[in-house]
Design a binder for this molecule. Structure first.
Ligand SMILES: Cc1cc2nc3c(=O)[nH]c(=O)nc-3n(C[C@H](O)[C@H](O)[C@H](O)COP(=O)(O)OP(=O)(O)OC[C@H]3O[C@@H](n4cnc5c(N)ncnc54)[C@H](O)[C@@H]3O)c2cc1C
Length: 388
């Protein structure tokens, strides 16, 4: 059944930036009702958690496993928000072990990854739960209608109102629109949504708004890093060699080692069912291509285990895996933006009452949760100025 829904404000996407924006917006606009439309089954987006249906008790953070703030001192807006998350006990400072492996397989103290500089934070539950808690705080959830498994494929700006159409024909109408994803603004939408024009360009033709023109032009130079994550549901008796009780343990590989083993980072994740999960990230293009071309996924999975065992052959804390561990593979076509970041000055169009947030904006946090959170906090202030 096709239905029409009208709201004060619509948000496309349910990642962490959308959740931060929605919670702040509703706190400051107590009478408003909003809708959040998300293609996934729940909140979190690229900072989410795989809850296995078949394997009971397993929750693996398969995108970002934690997050880091590179320089909090010079940013009061971000600092006060992080303090709020700490006070609410949604996050804690991440004091889990990190190993930075060099080409001799020795561990160095120097942080080698953009994902580990500054202060690191850990969700007290899973990463998906962090987004949920943010949106549920202050009893805000009842003022949001969630539409999950709903893909927006078309945008129109008609008679001063936004009309969004989902793949199954539902229509969502509102005066204000927030896009927390840039899919509908970027050329990759042509393939993914099987359309012949970028949806935002279709809604706002060339030369109608300089800001939108510049935004789309900038995004034309933004590309995305593909990644694979391998989720390993280890066997019954798998454990560390030593005694270690913290929630996660990270191994980062320096460039040469990453090239040799095809792994970027390995995250051990302690499960509530006392088992030890392992998530391996790879952004090695040859490895990704060999996975995409693999005729037999099982053979590829054996390769993953062989590489893991070779990497940790003489490691003092990690045990080898057996070749019958269960592995699930997640393909991220656009795990992180790269190339040109979008200037924050292009975040809002007053004329079209549309705003944007996410990790694709300029700043220290570009391509990371830090950027997503900060852009959402800044956007919320701009939207309030626009409405009031
Ligand atoms: C494997 C991996 C590892 C990472 N590791 C780290 C890390 O260690 N530290 C760190 O800081 N960052 C990391 N990142 C990046 C981090 O996950 C992102 O920066 C952050 O989650 C982005 O949040 P967001 O809200 O901006 O976007 P997203 O999480 O992408 O949210 C956008 C949402 O919009 C939805 N959507 C898109 N188009 C539509 C549509 N047309 N209709 C409906 N819904 C739509 C998407 O499904 C998505 O849920 C990692 C990312 C990946 C994939």
């Amino acid at each position: 059944m096709k239905t029409d829904f009208t709201y004060d404000l619509l948000i496309i996407g349910g990642g962490i930036s959308a959740c931060v924006f929605a919670s702040k917006y509703l706190k400051n606009n107590t009478t408003k009702k909003i809708a959040l439309v998300e293609i996934g089954r729940g909140l979190g987006g690229r900072s989410s958690t795989r809850i296995s249906k078949g394997l009971k008790g397993w929750k693996l953070n398969h995108g970002a496993p934690n997050f880091n703030i590179s320089n909090i001192k010079n940013n009061l807006l971000l600092k006060s928000y992080i303090d709020e998350l700490l006070e609410n006990k949604f996050i804690v400072i991440d004091d889990c072990d990190s190993f930075f492996l060099n080409q001799d397989l020795n561990s160095e103290t120097q942080k080698i990854s953009k994902f580990s500089c500054g202060v690191n934070y850990l969700s007290l539950d899973s990463m998906s739960q962090l987004s949920q808690k943010i949106i549920e705080s202050n009893n805000l959830k009842r003022r949001i209608d969630f539409y999950f498994q709903t893909l927006i494929v078309d945008l129109k700006f008609n008679y001063n109102e936004w009309v969004l159409t989902s793949k199954n024909g539902d229509k969502f109408t509102s005066k204000y629109l927030i896009c927390s994803t840039n899919l509908l603004l970027h050329k990759r939408s042509l393939n993914i949504l099987n359309t012949n024009q970028i949806p935002l360009r279709k809604a706002i033709p060339l030369n109608c708004d300089k800001k939108i023109d510049l935004l789309l032009k900038t995004l034309d130079n933004q590309s995305f890093i593909p990644r694979l994550t391998f989720l390993i549901y280890t066997n019954e008796n798998y454990s560390y060699k030593d005694f270690y009780s913290k929630k996660q343990r990270y191994f980062y590989l320096k460039k040469d080692l990453e090239k040799k083993f095809r792994f970027e980072r390995i995250i051990f994740q302690q499960q509530d069912n006392n088992k030890l999960g392992i998530v391996i990230h790879s952004k090695n293009i040859e490895f990704i291509n060999s996975y995409l071309k693999a005729k037999d996924e099982e053979v590829f999975k054996q390769k993953i285990i062989a590489n893991f065992n070779k990497l940790f052959e003489d490691n003092s804390v990690v045990n080898k895996l057996t070749f019958d561990e269960k592995i699930s593979i997640m393909q991220w076509r656009a795990s992180q933006p790269s190339g040109i970041a979008v200037p924050l000055s292009l975040q809002v169009s007053r004329k079209y009452r549309i705003g944007f947030c996410g990790d694709w904006f300029e700043g220290d946090g570009f391509g990371r949760i830090e950027g997503s959170i900060l852009s959402a906090l800044i956007l919320e202030r701009k939207i309030n100025d626009l409405i009031n």
